[in-house]
Design a protein around this ligand. Structure first.
Ligand code: UDX
Length: 434
């Protein structure tokens, strides 16, 4: 099978490299010539464990190519994936479909022979049909079907998620298109991965519903965590006790500073707006959005409270600024609310992140960026752990405490145990625990 992958952002690049690994020939297309040149040299513009190797391997095998020549790539393809950006539109929270629509029209003009045009980006319900209409208008002769194949990749473990998914969701309406997509995912038959075949609209909505449910699960445990603090309970044990019930499931019950990233904030907002406009509001999701926004704002207050109510003139060492570990992604990261609030309250912030400092620098002005956790803690009145990178799990606490002015540790990811931290002489605050 020949695939054209339009857009070499996160989704496009990971999906392209993985489809090549599955045995298809994939041509990744991007308008940005410089980006394509860098990719041809094997330089990966994003941080994703394992992606470098997979891209190199794909290039060497001849099954992964990069080009700016969209017509050529699309002309040869059995399936064209639209994996362009769908940012939140300013003001109304809707997904901005400018890039999808432009790509659909470019693709329409280049189609040769029967082709399935697949939306891979998370797109509002109805986009598949809109893409089909645009292609028909632009090129009435085109022989094509549209399909929706939402991705469920987590940053930091995207390759594994693609290669060993819990399920693949495919929305399309003809047997011919179904066959093409089945063929692309053939290697997963061995793993007996369920393939959920649906209509276009159903596939599109499934993606939003899945993300909104996970965001709700996180928000639920975050509120339970706050309640635990008031009632003298332990959120880790509550989550374990709940999660072992197979109907609930133990994943995504880790209390923290609020969810961030490129998907949950954007998708929950878009679902809430779509539902309002359809006259069937999802009030639960609307509330989740509000609670999560407020939570991120409230986290700086916890750090201030741990410092006795004020951080004026104090130094705070921040460990981790990315929205989660194993990524350099800063989109909607809790640190973007926490760090400026600390600075506004008069604190000096020193910070270290293993991968995201380059991305974070322009977003968090006034921060002193450090080479490691101990440097960030140097002279600090308190350390705040915001992102649970593995290298923060095994800190030499004696060394850390030794370089701090006061031994206050605010652990927003519950990485450490309260009693062990107290034994080390720290004033220790975490989430939903005593
Ligand atoms: C998510 C979905 O998991 C994925 O299926 C979808 O395709 C894209 O969005 P991602 O944003 O990469 O993936 O990260 P994920 O690991 O899901 O975490 C999202 C946010 O939730 C992070 O800010 C994380 O810290 C937070 N989170 C996650 C929690 O606070 N607690 C948890 O238990 C799990």
């Amino acid at each position: 099978m020949n695939i054209a992958m339009i857009g070499t952002g996160y989704v496009g690049l990971v999906s392209g490299a993985c489809f090549a690994e599955f045995g298809s020939t994939v041509t990744c297309v991007d308008l940005n010539a410089e980006k394509i040149e860098r990719l041809l040299r094997g330089e990966i513009p994003i941080y994703e464990p394992g992606l470098d190797d997979l891209v190199q391997k794909g290039i060497k095998s001849g099954r992964l190519r990069f080009t700016t020549n969209l017509p050529e790539a699309v002309g040869e393809a059995d399936a064209v994936f639209l994996a362009v950006g769908t940012p939140s539109r300013r003001g109304d929270g809707h997904a901005d479909l400018r890039f999808v629509e432009a790509a659909a029209m470019d693709v329409a003009r280049a189609l040769r022979g029967y082709t399935v045009v697949v939306t891979k980006s998370t797109v509002p319900v109805g986009t598949g049909r809109r893409v089909a209409d645009l292609i028909k208008e632009t090129n009435p002769q085109a022989d094509f079907d549209v399909a929706s194949n939402p991705e469920f990749l987590r940053e930091g473990s995207a390759i594994g998620d693609f290669m060993r998914p819990d399920r693949v969701v495919i929305g399309c309406e003809t047997d011919r298109a179904r066959e093409v997509l089945r063929e692309l995912y053939r290697p997963l038959f061995l793993l007996e991965t369920p393939i959920v075949m649906t209509s276009l609209e159903t596939a599109e909505l499934t993606k939003y519903a899945a993300n909104a449910f996970l965001a709700t699960k996180i928000t639920f445990i975050n509120e339970v965590a706050d309640l635990c603090e008031k009632l003298g309970a332990d959120v880790g044990d509550v989550a374990r006790g709940m999660g072992l019930d197979g109907r609930i499931g133990k994943k995504f019950l880790h209390a923290g500073p609020g969810y961030g990233g490129s998907c949950f904030p954007k998708d929950t907002l878009a679902l809430a707006r779509t539902a309002q406009e359809a006259g069937s509001p999802v009030r639960l999701v609307e509330t989740v959005v509000q609670i999560n926004d407020r939570r991120k704002g409230a986290m700086a207050g916890r750090i201030m409270a741990a410092c006795g109510g004020s951080v004026r003139g104090k130094t705070i060492g921040v460990l981790g600024v990315a929205f989660k570990p194993n990524t350099d992604d800063m989109r909607d990261a809790p640190s973007l609310s926490i760090v400026p609030a600390l600075q506004d309250a008069g604190a000096t912030v020193r910070a270290y992140d293993p991968a995201a400092m380059h991305e974070a620098e322009p977003l968090l002005p006034g921060v002193t960026w450090c080479g490691n956790a101990y440097e960030a803690a140097k002279g600090a009145d308190a350390v705040a752990l915001i992102t649970e990178w593995n290298e923060f799990r095994g800190l030499d606490l004696e060394r850390l405490g030794g370089v701090m002015t006061q031994k206050i540790f605010v652990d927003l990811r519950n990485v450490y145990g309260p009693s062990a931290m107290r034994e080390q002489g720290f004033v220790y605050r975490s989430i939903g625990r005593q």
